[in-house]
Design a protein around this ligand. Structure first.
Ligand SMILES: C[S@@+](CC[C@H](N)C(=O)[O-])C[C@H]1O[C@@H](n2cnc3c(N)ncnc32)[C@H](O)[C@@H]1O
Length: 220
């Protein structure tokens, strides 16, 4: 069966310097080919996956603020990937890897079960039309996939400025048996840098909701 993509498969135009960065730096900062090994990826540091980093500013801020974790930042949007690669080099960071691919395939095919210390999904495409809800990242089948890749006690942290999506996320994550809500309903706004899409949402008067769900003990 064909995979329902959570993004529009357009690669975006690259400037010459972005193309150069992509070509030169992706081999350096991508995880080694094959199965992802969380134990060796960042010399044993716990691994957090960020899905859909966009322009990557927040990835850089998180990596600087949390040197004790390794971040695997995943996005399909090529100009953003090139931009993040250059920023990692400029800042000399050793705790970010970049995957230029569909996060769903990466998690399913390359990440073992119970491997991750966290998954962060900030302002995923809301796909507001009902006929497109099947494209949402936070939907039942993908929630189960993401939960299966978390270690017990690790969390999935989502944020959105699209209230109907926040409500749907709450329902989907509540219904996933291997997860429990870390809060009663929505989470308070946790310590996290402001993202580009969050700023745009706030400018439009949208309300932002955070959700944090924790992987239960003894569940795969
Ligand atoms: C609305 S943007 C949000 C970007 C950023 N997190 C922010 O808050 O500014 C959503 C991003 O998710 C990416 N994306 C959507 N589905 C994806 C997938 N399956 N794998 C990797 N990236 C994905 C898109 O390319 C886009 O860059």
């Amino acid at each position: 069966m064909q995979e329902i993509l959570t993004f529009n498969p357009r690669r975006g135009r690259l400037s010459a310097s972005q193309a150069e960065a992509l070509h030169r730096l992706l081999p350096r900062y991508a995880p080694p080919a094959g199965s992802f090994d969380p134990a060796t990826a960042f010399s044993g540091r716990p691994v957090v996956v960020e899905i859909g980093f966009g322009v990557g500013d927040v990835t850089i801020e998180m990596a600087q603020a949390e040197p004790a974790i390794g971040i695997v930042a995943i996005d399909v949007h090529t100009p953003g990937v090139a931009r993040l690669l250059s920023a990692i080099e400029d800042h000399g960071l050793d705790n970010v890897m970049v995957v230029h691919d569909d996060a769903v395939g990466f998690l399913r095919e390359r990440v073992p079960e119970a491997a991750l210390a966290g998954i962060r999904i900030f302002f995923p495409d809301p796909w507001p039309k009902s006929k497109h809800h099947k494209r949402r990242l936070v939907r039942p089948a993908l929630a189960a996939l993401m939960a299966s890749r978390l270690k017990a006690g690790a969390s999935i942290h989502c944020a959105t400025d699209w209230t109907p999506y926040a409500e749907a996320m709450l329902e989907v994550l509540d219904a996933e048996p291997s997860l429990r809500n870390a809060f009663d309903g929505y989470a308070p706004r946790l310590e996290r840098p402001m993202t580009k899409f969050e700023r745009m949402g706030l400018e439009k008067g949208h309300e932002v909701a955070d959700l944090v769900f924790v992987k239960r003990e003894g569940r795969s």
